[in-house]
Design a protein around this ligand. Structure first.
Ligand code: DAH
Length: 339
């Protein structure tokens, strides 16, 4: 009998498990009401007197070993499940996902696309490396036309026919060559000019071109469209159209939006006037329509081109245009909450 109890002690010492249920059935087997220990204790009265002492000591040892085993297994399991159970500690705060930020130019570009898509404009794009025809000649800027000097052009290598587009107006030409009126399209994109880089100007920036060609399109349609656009974008509706000159439109105007002078940045960005020039516009010159294969007797239309960078600077109070292309994460991170 004593040997049998000793075998149990060895068994208890060896026992190990990682499951709470197994610990519990182990406890019941030895220490439960109908467990082995109680059976052995009940045997006590049948043990001959001279063996009683050793028998008693052995059962007590079994009891102690079993109790200790249950306690250590239980506490080990309690600690591990708290930390590494399948789902871990469900009350722990979640880990934040590190989301990126959209670039302010993209944010503003998408807003403008959204506004124009609500009044039936689609989006079109053209290449950044252009030829002379699409960037200049078709837009009523023939070779040696003095207005070419207004846009300091980067030529690609030594070929004077291939250049980095100086404006998105080149996309107007491509669109008219490939589509029949009625046309309502906007063309966002990057443009390049050989200008000294400063806080206010850069050698590349972004424009959105707009083109509307149909029968009986008038200057009033142009003005109303620009009015709608600026009201939607800025929440401010005061604009002015200053007479101007562009070879591809007649008449032509420059578009200013009244922004106000509430902050230091407003002063700097609007040169202290409160007015921001956002781009140019006008009625498409009949010559341009002809160059693109559209009957200028039947159709007329308007076009405009606005600078995205300036608008982004005003909306986000950015006082140095260079920040838009430096890719400094401390700057870019600030746009995380914007769409
Ligand atoms: N392309 C002109 C520029 O970059 C802007 C412009 C003016 C675009 C008048 C137009 C327009 O479509 O009608 O300075």
């Amino acid at each position: 009998m004593i040997d049998k109890i000793k075998e149990h002690i060895a068994e208890v010492e060896k026992f190990t498990t990682e499951s709470k249920e197994a610990v519990e059935s182990f406890r019941i087997k030895y220490l439960g009401k109908k467990g082995l220990l109680n059976d052995f204790f009940a045997e006590f009265k049948n043990v001959p007197n001279e063996q009683k002492k050793e028998f008693g000591q052995t059962i007590n040892k079994l009891k102690k070993t079993a109790e200790e085993k249950v306690n250590t297994l239980k506490s080990a399991l309690d600690n591990t499940t708290a930390e590494t159970g399948i789902y871990g500690d469900l009350t722990r705060p979640g880990e934040a996902t590190n989301i990126g930020a959209r670039h302010p130019i993209s944010i503003v570009k998408n807003q403008i696309i959204d506004i124009f898509s609500r009044i039936g404009f689609n989006v079109s794009e053209g290449p950044e490396i252009e030829d002379d025809w699409h960037n200049f000649t078709a837009l009523n800027l023939p070779e040696y036309h003095p207005a070419r000097d207004m846009q300091d052009t980067f030529f690609v290598q030594t070929n004077p026919d291939i250049l980095l587009r100086t404006h998105t107006s080149s996309v107007q030409v491509r669109y008219m060559e490939n589509n029949k009126p009625p046309i309502r399209t906007i063309s966002p994109g990057r443009v390049y000019r050989n200008e000294a880089i400063s806080a206010r100007s850069h050698c590349f920036f972004h424009q959105i071109e707009g083109l509307y060609i149909d029968k009986n399109v008038s200057f009033a349609d142009l003005k109303q469209t620009l009015q709608f656009f600026t009201t939607e974008l800025f929440g401010k509706s005061k604009i002015r159209l200053r007479p101007s000159y562009f070879p591809f439109t007649e008449p032509s105007a420059e578009v200013d939006v009244y922004w106000g002078l509430e902050t230091e940045a407003d002063y700097r960005i609007t040169k202290g006037t409160g007015w921001l020039e956002i781009g140019g516009c006008g009625m498409v010159d009949p010559n341009v329509l002809k160059n693109c294969g559209i009957d200028a007797e039947e159709y007329s239309g308007f076009a405009f081109g606005v600078g995205i960078d300036r608008i982004a600077m005003l909306l986000y109070q950015i006082t140095d245009i260079r920040l838009l292309s430096e890719n400094d994460v401390r700057f870019l991170e600030q746009f995380k909450s914007a769409l």
